[in-house]
Design a protein around this ligand. Sequence first.
Ligand code: SAM
Length: 194
Amino acid sequence: MTSAKKFDPAKRKKLNNPERLRWIPPHLVWELVSSADGTLYLDIGAGTGYLTREIAGYAGPDVKVVALDIEPIMVSEMKKTLPKDGIVYPELMDRDELSFTDSSVDGIWLIALYHELTPPGPLLAEIRRVLRSGCKLVIIDWEKDSKACEQGPPLDHRVSTSTVIRQLKSAGFLDVKEVEGDFNTIFQLLPAAE
Ligand SMILES: C[S@@+](CC[C@H](N)C(=O)[O-])C[C@H]1O[C@@H](n2cnc3c(N)ncnc32)[C@H](O)[C@@H]1O
C-alpha cells in the first residue's frame, strides 16, 4: 500500500541539495552511529544516496554501508550515480524486512524516513533483531514542534519527538536520547542504544 506520506521519487533531485549537508552534518551522523570495530552499517530509506555517500566518507576502508530503499527508482539511481568505492552498496529491500542475520549490524541510520513509516513498529522490530547489542540506531527527521514549514512534509505528517521516544521504548530500545545539534533545529536527532 502506498502511503500519502511516502516521498514521491519524481522529486528525488531535491534530496541532492547541498544545503542539506549543513542541516544534517554527515560527520555528526557518523560520530553518533559508529561503534568501535564496526564493519557493517545500514542506511534505511537511503533515497538517492546523496547523504549516504557523505556519511560513509567518514568510515574506514574496512566498513561496508548498505544503502537500502523500497523504491526501485531510488536503488537504480544509486547504482548509476554512486561511486563504486567498495564502501556503499545500494540494495532494494522489502518493506519492514532486513535481509541480515540476527545481531549482525553495527549501526543503522534513518534520515527523513521515520515520518513515512505507517506504522513504525514492524521496521523497529527488524532493526532490533539485526543490531548487535550496544550498537546504535540514529533517527533524523523533520521537527514537528516547529512553525517553520517552508520545506519538508506538512506538519501533520511529522512525528513529535515525544512520540518517537515512546515508540522506540515500546519497541524495546532501552536507552533513548534526543541529541541537540548546533545545526538547523528543524531536524531532530534521536539515537537509541540498547
Ligand atoms: C524523504 S526520502 C529520504 C532519502 C534519504 N534518507 C535522504 O535523506 O536523502 C525517504 C526515502 O525512504 C524510502 N522509504 C519510504 N518508506 C520506506 C520503508 N518502509 N522502508 C525503506 N525505505 C522507505 C523512500 O522511497 C525514499 O527514498
